[in-house]
Design a protein around this ligand. Structure first.
Ligand code: ZN
Length: 308
């Protein structure tokens, strides 16, 4: 090969790498998701109950975003007897960010949506799957945005695990719920969890967070300190000291094993398990408030006290 030509080619190659680099930075900048982007992307792929085509699409989407946000990702496959469709694959997605101490904190959400709108009155509507804008998607979008935040954080004080549980919401009897978190608690033994926070249905336009019953009973100190931070540090008067519902949710099996995990949930949502659980009935602004609470806790771990 002629030396001159090859030198020129090299120069062209270098230039094209340079432009590709700029393009990559630009694309990354454009697609650095806002919370709303993440929420919209998830809702656009909903309903996505386990066993559906959309379910696999959302799984792929979650992993792609977490990979982009440089998380260490694990997928935990399990099988369960789904009362709606029989034997079904469930997938928990585990995303890890290493911090400056060995303590492990977990933030959790369920990412599946419910296969049936059983709170509808009309028997034909009851059989249809819900979009789950609030129930499933709101909290998942918050954790995705949190993953972006953790990736850009210089001083992460503790290890953080973001746990996206599957098969929370395909139950009929209470023992059919929360199967992803149950599987995780019984099978993921390689870490000791200091404490955790579960978020669920935090996208209601009229967001009111009462103390959830099981959290209050079995992790009262942790509940106290989260509520104190929300009200006193962030001025969130929508956090109420009253104990509200006892909700069979993804924190339940952690609490049974004496791992303090508190559920932040607004269970008074009139579109719960109905076809009207759609984007129009959610507030991204309220979801941002919960995101800010989690960020605050990440940065101020000394404010959080736990109980066993
Ligand atoms: Zn639900």
């Amino acid at each position: 090969m002629n030396y001159f030509i090859s030198k020129r080619k090299n120069k062209i190659r270098r230039l094209s790498f340079f432009f590709l680099g700029i393009m990559a930075i630009t694309i990354n900048f454009i697609y650095a998701g806002t919370l709303e982007n993440y929420f919209d992307e998830l809702v656009d792929k909903s309903p996505h109950p386990p066993g559906s085509k959309n379910h696999l699409l959302v799984k792929k989407y979650l992993k792609k975003q977490l990979k982009k946000n440089n998380a260490v990702i694990e997928e935990q496959l399990f099988q369960y007897d789904n009362p709606y469709i029989g034997l079904t694959n469930g997938y928990n997605i585990i995303a890890f960010y290493r911090g400056n101490s060995d303590e492990n904190i977990v933030f959790c959400s369920h990412w599946d949506t419910r296969p049936a709108a059983d709170k509808e009155k009309n028997p034909n509507l009851k059989k249809k799957p819900i979009v789950g804008a609030n129930d499933g998607n709101s909290s998942t979008a918050v954790l995705l945005k949190l993953s972006e935040y953790l990736n850009n954080l210089n001083n992460l004080k503790h290890n953080v695990y973001l746990l996206f549980f599957d098969a929370e919401d395909s139950g009929k009897r209470s023992k059919d719920y929360c199967l992803g978190s149950k599987y995780f608690v019984n099978n993921y033994n390689k870490i000791k969890i200091k404490y955790g926070i579960l978020i669920d249905m935090i996208g209601d336009k009229n967001l009111v967070i009462e103390r959830e019953g099981f959290s209050d009973l079995y992790a009262s100190k942790l509940t106290d300190s989260i509520w104190r931070v929300a009200k006193e540090e962030l001025g969130y008067s929508f956090f109420k000291d009253k104990v509200g519902y006892y909700v069979m949710d993804d924190h339940y099996y952690f609490l049974k094993k004496n791992i303090p995990v508190v559920n932040i949930i607004d269970f008074d949502y009139k579109h719960w398990h109905k076809l009207s659980d759609t984007k129009e009935n959610c507030s991204v602004n309220n979801m941002k408030k919960i995101l800010n609470l989690l960020k605050y806790i990440v940065n101020n771990p000394e404010k959080i006290k736990i109980s066993k």
